[in-house]
Design a protein around this ligand. Sequence first.
Ligand SMILES: Nc1ncnc2c1ncn2[C@@H]1O[C@H](COP(=O)(O)OP(=O)(O)OP(=O)(O)O)[C@@H](O)[C@H]1O
Ligand SMILES: [Mg+2]
Length: 371
Amino acid sequence: MHQPIIPADRLAKLVAAASAVTRQTDLTAVLRTAVETGMDLTGAAYGALGVLGEHGTLIQFVHAGLDGETAAAIGAPPQGRGLLGTISNVGKTVRIERIDDHPDSVGFPRHHPPMETFLGMPVTVGGETFGNLYLTEKPGGFTGDDEALVEALAAIAGSAIATSRMHGRLRRAAVVEDRERIARDLHDAIIQDLFAVGLSLQSLGQKVENPTVKVSLTESVQRLDEAISSLRKFIFDLRPPVWTRRSLKSELADLVGQLAEPYEASIDLTVTGDISDLPGEAVSDVVQVVREATSNALRHSGVARVTVTVHRGADRLVITVADRGRGFDPETVERGMGLDNLRARARDANGETEIISRAGFGTTVRVILPA
Ligand SMILES: Nc1ncnc2c1ncn2[C@@H]1O[C@H](COP(=O)(O)OP(=O)(O)OP(=O)(O)O)[C@@H](O)[C@H]1O
Ligand SMILES: [Mg+2]
C-alpha cells in the first residue's frame, strides 16, 4: 500500500489541531477547528462538517469558506442526498477531480458557487457514523497525502463528537443501569478510539525528521494519554455508589448458581475478610476471574464439584478455584482465550496468577491481586 511521507509542516498543523480538539469543551468550536484545519492542511477553499443524529438526519452543520451572504442565499444545509449520502451510507472516503462526474452527484442548489475537486469522508467512532467531513476546491485536486491527513483529522473530530454526546446522555441519565451502560459504552467506544488516534499520531511521528514537530507530536500523544486516564477515572466514578451496588458476596453467589445449574454441579463458595470497600475495578476482576476458572472446571475437569474461595487479607485479595478432576498440563495444553485473559487481567491489576494442575489430581487456579 502507498504510505504517504507527510511533510513536517503539515504534520505540525495536524498535531496542533489534535491538541486543540482535546482541550476544547465546546463542540461547535471543536468542529470548526477541525474544518478550518482541514482547509489549511490541504489548501481547500471550502470545508464543512455535518453531524448526523441517531436517525441519520443532519443535526448540526459547520462550514467555512463561503461568505455569509452566499451562505444565506443558498439556504438550508445539504440534506445528505447525492454524494454526501454516499459517504455516510457507504462509509468510505471519496476523492474526486470533478464532483459533476461522480454518478451519485445530484448537482448544486441555486446560488451555490461552482465546485469541482472534492475530498469527503465519514466521521466514525467504533463503527458508528457520526457525520461527514468534506473539503472542496483544492486547485489541482486532492492528493493521497491530503486523504491520509484529513482522515486522521476526521478520527479526532469523531472522538470529540462521541465524547460530547456521551456527556450529554450522562446528564440525562438518572437511573443506575443507564449509568452503567453508558460507562461501558464510554469505555468500549471512546477509549479504544482515542487509543487508535494516539497510535496513528505516533506512527505519523515516525515519518518526521523535524525535531520541533517530533516534540509536539510526543506532547500530543501524552495529552491524549492523559485524556484517556481522566476518562477512565470518570468512568469508575460513574459506577453507582457502594450502597446501591449489590454486594460482591451476593453477586458471586448468583454467578456460581448460574454456572452450576446446567451441570447440576455443586459449588462451594466461601468469602472471608472485609470486602465491603473494594473498588469497582477489583470487584469486576474478582467476578471475571471466578467466572472463567469455575466455568473451566465445570467444562473441562470431568467432576461436578468445585471449590471457590475469595479472601481479603490486609493488602491482598486471593481468589482460588479448585477441582479434583482430570487436570491438565498448563505447559502443553491447547490454549483458549479464557486462561490468557485471566492472566492478562491479573497482570493489568499488578497481580499474579498461579495454575497448579496435574493429570488425575485436579486443578487449582489462584489469582492474587493487590487490594
Ligand atoms: N479445571 C480444568 N480441568 C481440566 N482442564 C482444564 C481446566 N481448566 C482449563 N483446562 C484446559 O486448559 C485449556 C485452556 O483453557 P482456556 O480457558 O484457556 O480455554 P477454553 O476453556 O478451552 O476456551 P475459552 O475459555 O476460550 O472458552 C482448556 O481447553 C482445557 O483443556
Ligand atoms: Mg475457558
